[in-house]
Design a protein around this ligand. Structure first.
Ligand code: NAP
Length: 250
């Protein structure tokens, strides 16, 4: 499929909506932020690399107003609190930011495991509580959790990462149960391998060999963004609870 042009606003199905996308400086989050802006949403974009967020704001010429840049580190709980304040009016929350270190279970460092739990589980859980409370008060909102097929299975070298994604999936399911009475929809999007830089921090030789031995084409970030747009533009009465995306030959 052709890559999407970055310079067009294709339709306005989300005009008037405010979205927060975490991890918007790269990969899947960047694609989601652009897709939401193309649909007319105003998008709060966050990540640590402000220069990349600023560049994103220039990626849709003539439509800079669609982006609000709020840079920061999700491992820092005071930043998470500031982000909740900045996004208190958000209609859509895309919990996308995540990190991944693959390594044998007996060799992965405790600090690498801790970092994954902070960014992949604790930060999105706290964001869901803060932004979700504001959505529940307004009786309207949509939370998207980008989990992984690793939320369903566990692969060699991916124990800690899979544990974070299983946890995030449990949070999505539980939030849906408790918040549907308040008009808040929760969609879990669980992709298989996507072509991004997320594996660059996994340098263990066994992991590098396993990744290089892969025999299928990964998904594109736009494939995941398409699922976000499907879920957020679905009819009010339709809740897309779970979307699993698998590279066809995987
Ligand atoms: N790629 C895949 O194969 C795949 C498959 C299934 C699920 N996923 C999930 O999809 C999500 C996005 O992954 P990706 O592949 O797009 O990864 P990526 O290209 O590495 O992008 C990760 C994003 O998260 C942000 N981030 C990381 N640590 C952060 C921190 N401490 N504070 C704030 N932002 C932080 C990064 O921004 P800064 O570096 O600027 O902070 C970046 O924007 C993750 O949750 C991942 O687990 C990915």
């Amino acid at each position: 499929m052709q890559a999407k042009s970055e310079d067009s606003i294709v339709s306005q199905r989300l005009a008037g909506r405010l979205a927060l996308v975490t991890g918007a400086s790269a990969g899947i989050g960047r694609a989601c932020a652009l897709a939401l802006a193309r649909e007319g949403a105003e998008v709060i974009v966050t990540g640590r690399r402000k220069d990349r967020l600023d560049a994103l704001a220039e990626a849709v010429p003539g439509h800079r107003a669609h982006f609000r840049v709020v840079p920061g580190d999700l491992a820092d709980s005071s930043f998470v609190r500031r982000l909740i304040d900045a996004a208190s009016a958000a209609d859509i929350l895309v919990n996308n930011a995540g990190i991944l270190t693959y390594a044998p279970f007996l060799e992965i460092k405790p600090e690498e495991c801790d970092a994954m739990f902070r960014v992949n589980v604790l930060a999105p859980m706290h964001l869901c509580q803060g932004v979700g409370a504001a959505m529940a008060a307004r009786r309207r909102g949509h939370v998207i959790m980008i989990t992984s097929l690793g939320a369903r299975t566990v692969n060699r070298f991916g124990v800690a990462y899979a544990a974070t994604k299983h946890a995030l999936s449990a949070i999505a399911k539980g939030m849906r149960l408790e918040l549907k009475a308040f008009g808040v929809r929760v969609t879990e999007i669980a992709p298989g391998m996507v072509d991004t830089g997320i594996r660059e921090s996994s340098t263990h030789p066994d992991v590098v060999a396993a990744i290089e031995g892969r025999k299928f084409a990964p998904l594109r970030p736009d494939d995941v963004a398409d699922a976000v747009i499907y879920a957020t533009t679905a009819d009010d009465n339709c809740s897309a609870d779970l979307i699993e995306l698998r590279p066809r030959e995987a």
